[in-house]
Design a protein around this ligand. Structure first.
Ligand code: HDD
Length: 715
């Protein structure tokens, strides 16, 4: 496997990866030196006054080693601290020159290198992957015309409408100030105190209560640029655009009970999943889609295109697929690449421009600013992962960690002493030119009234979900609010949820043991200034401009493949090779990964006396780490499994989490010792059935029809 992944890494090189090679370092076969190149023969002992004496200040070897160590850490990202990234490329299917003059949107022969980082938002760098949270989805395109960063999330809308409120949002969701508890969790008072007083948050909030917040894999998430951006064509015409990433594997999630258990069983579940998929050559892919709105249609909608808490329903403006991104190479070094990569929404290229979305406008400031403290100074663009693939020339000079050696006699413009260089680019040479927009307005500190509808889209989202998704949303609110201590916060939330959907609020109220209040203290929305006309800014009753939007439900995603799904095969000595071979071949043909789980590590023998390597001993693994379970026959094997109650737990949990389970011959005996014995008629339980049926059930991801029964499983 190591060789194979090395070959993949070599094979999948691109212009950016070649560029990074200039800085790669490898010590194989090399002598140990100090940072000054001095050869060292002892890095284990400090210099002392006698064998048992004190250490001498003179010991420069000790000082160099310890000083570097003392400064090894840089501040973690204030949000999105925990993440994982990979290299890859973007390819365009067909030119969209009618909308944009950007090179990557015109040239179908290009393979633009990308570096993509996925993240959770609230948790610290060392927190667990399966937090209930938004996921970051940031893509750096190293284009020929400069770097374009599309810094999005896995949900199409954001919590707040104005960047001015970002610190409030983040302070409310981060651990509470007094004790730094809870870590990587929104289920606490300060968050719901804020959410219930800034009703603009309700749309993103209900998405976080949905399954989107607990993905099965980064590879099974959508991505969204969220804001309306502008595409500019070579005539200087603008179109509004929303960017979408659609995963080839569909959008799939785990259940909350699994998420809680995965965090204990493998807190790196998502990071490992991405790494292993790429390492094994199963390169994740997303298609890039755009929703385009002509400028003249800006005011055609029931919501404001500049409001980042609103999505454009795909039923109203279909997504046009224009290209694909493939991630095909893991980083060489986590810190150098994944930790030091700096995404800036302000990085755009000719053919793409900003809109006046007030959240986007504030982001244009914040990301550069944060890198100054995170990466230590204004030269962070010179860090290998951040430098563009093209050459850069300007008159910026000096600063911490300058890596270039500028040789120009001048560092100003205009000049004559350097022949006027670097000279200004002409438009014909591809110079950037901000899209011209007429501005004729008063300077005001306010929120546009067109942003005040806070209920229509959360309601549209909830209406669009399938029944099982709706149940998950109700359970999530009940869990989150159940963790809050203050009754007035829970009641306020219940009242607000009732404005989204009465039925949902009733379910949550029942779980909390509270009544939905008839009314709550005004103003509902306190995210407005003290002198604002409070009545004018009250969110109006929700509108119903669309009954359902098909694209919002995961029930309508792709269920086409079992590629990269992990199937647990429970065996002990003497398992039936015929059953196993038949199933394994069928699963592997479809690209699934078959993992042998046995009572012990090492290897097991089948009834044909062949030796099989064990992937995990039962004590070191949990069913939540797999997508489905198979148990072949073999009397001796099944009896041995029955001796360890962890195998029963494993099967019961897989059943609880609505996964497909298949058994052959004596394998049925162990089912009879579990909760599944009473539910053999379930449509995703297979006894001596054809592998194809099992495969079809795994494609469906889960049998959600089982949800009510599953709740009663004592696991
Ligand atoms: Fe942000 C990081 C996504 C609003 C300020 N943000 C960050 C990352 C992602 C997003 C994916 C991690 C990038 C990486 O992997 O390094 N942020 C979003 C989206 C937003 C958004 C989709 C709304 C549509 N963010 C937002 C606002 C502000 C910030 C309104 C500030 C006014 N975000 C930051 C930051 C971070 C950041 C503090 C932390 C680390 C970094 O930038 O590089 O500046």
């Amino acid at each position: 496997m190591a060789n194979e992944s090395k070959e993949n890494n070599e094979k999948n090189s691109n212009q950016k990866i070649d560029d990074l090679k200039k800085n790669e370092k490898n010590s194989a076969g090399k002598v140990f030196t100090t940072n000054q190149g001095l050869k060292v023969n002892d890095t284990n002992n400090s210099l002392k006054a006698g064998e048992r004496g004190s250490t001498l200040l003179e010991d420069f070897l000790l000082r160099e080693k310890i000083t570097h160590f003392d400064h090894e850490r840089i501040p973690e990202r204030i949000v999105h601290a925990r993440g994982s990234a990979a290299h890859g490329y973007f390819e365009l299917y067909e030119s969209i020159g009618q909308y944009s003059k950007a090179g990557i949107f015109n040239d179908t022969n290009r393979r633009t290198p990308v570096f993509t980082r996925f993240s959770t938002v609230a948790g610290s760098k060392g927190s667990a992957d399966l937090a209930r949270d938004v996921r970051g989805f940031a893509v750096k395109f190293y284009t020929e015309e400069g770097t374009w960063d599309l810094v999005g999330n896995n949900m199409p809308i954001f919590f707040i409408q104005d960047a001015m409120k970002f610190p409030d949002l983040v302070h409310s969701v981060k651990p509470e100030p007094k004790n730094e508890i809870p870590q990587a969790a929104s289920a606490h008072d300060t968050f719901y105190d804020f959410v219930s007083r800034a009703t603009e948050t309700l749309h993103n909030q209900i998405w976080v209560m949905s399954d989107r917040a607990i993905p099965r894999s980064f590879r099974m998430m959508e991505g969204f640029g969220i804001h309306s951006f502008k595409l500019i064509n070579d005539q200087g015409e603008a179109h509004f655009v929303k960017f979408h990433w659609k995963p080839k594997l569909g959008v799939h999630s785990v259940t909350w009970d699994e998420a809680v258990k995965i965090n204990g069983a493998d807190s790196d579940f998502h990071r490992r999943d991405l790494w292993e998929a790429i390492d094994e050559g199963h390169y994740p892919e997303w298609e890039l889609g755009i929703q385009v709105v002509p400028e003249e249609d800006e005011h055609k909608f029931d919501f404001d295109l500049l409001d980042p808490t609103k999505l454009i329903p795909e039923e109203l403006v279909p997504v046009q697929i224009i290209g694909k991104m493939v991630l095909n190479k893991n980083p060489e070094n986590f810190f150098a690449e994944t930790e030091q990569v700096a995404f800036l929404p302000g990085h755009i290229v000719p053919g793409i421009d900003f809109t006046n979305d007030p959240l986007l406008q504030g982001r244009l400031f914040s990301y550069r600013d944060t890198q100054l403290s995170r990466l230590g100074g204004p030269n962070f663009h010179q860090i290998p992962i951040n430098r563009p693939v093209g050459v850069t020339h300007n008159n910026q000079r000096d600063g911490h960690m300058q890596m270039d050696i500028p040789k120009d006699p001048t560092a100003y413009f205009p000049n004559s002493l350097n022949g006027g260089c670097p000279h200004m680019a002409k438009m014909a040479e591809g110079a950037f030119h901000s899209h011209e927009e007429r501005v004729d307005a008063k300077k005001v500190r306010t929120r546009s009234e067109s942003f005040s509808d806070h209920f229509s889209q959360p309601a549209l989202f909830y209406r669009s979900l399938s029944d099982w998704e709706k149940e998950h949303v109700a359970d999530a609110y009940t869990f989150e609010l159940g963790k809050c201590n203050h009754v007035h916060i829970k009641e306020r939330m219940l009242w607000l949820i009732s404005k989204i959907d009465e039925n949902l609020a009733e379910k949550v109220a029942e779980g909390l043991g509270l009544d939905i209040p008839n009314d709550i203290e005004k103003p509902i929305n306190q995210a407005i200034g003290a002198d604002a006309d409070v009545e004018k800014h009250q969110p109006p009753e929700k509108k119903n401009y669309l009954d359902k939007d098909f694209a919002l439900s995961q029930a309508n995603t792709k269920f086409e493949s079992i590629a990269t799904r992990k199937i647990a095969v429970l065996v002990a000595e003497g398992f039936c090779m015929k059953d196993f071979r038949n199933m394994k071949d069928a699963l592997e043909k479809e690209g699934a990964a078959v993992k042998i789980i046995a009572p012990h590590g090492g290897s097991v023998f089948c009834d044909e006396k062949m030796k099989h390597e064990v992937d995990a001993a039962i004590m070191t693994t949990e069913s939540v780490l797999y997508d489905a379970v198979y148990i072949p026959g073999g009397k001796e094997s099944v009896e041995k499994l029955g001796e360890k109650s962890k195998f029963h737990k494993f099967i019961n949990e897989a059943f609880k989490h609505c996964k497909a389970i298949a058994v052959d011959n004596e394998g049925e005996h162990i089912l009879d010792e579990t909760f599944v014995s009473k539910h053999k008629e379930d449509k995703a339980i297979f006894i001596n059935a054809k592998p194809e049926l099992f495969i079809e059930a795994i494609k469906k991801h889960r049998n959600w029809d089982r949800m009510d029964i599953a709740e009663s499983v004592p696991a």
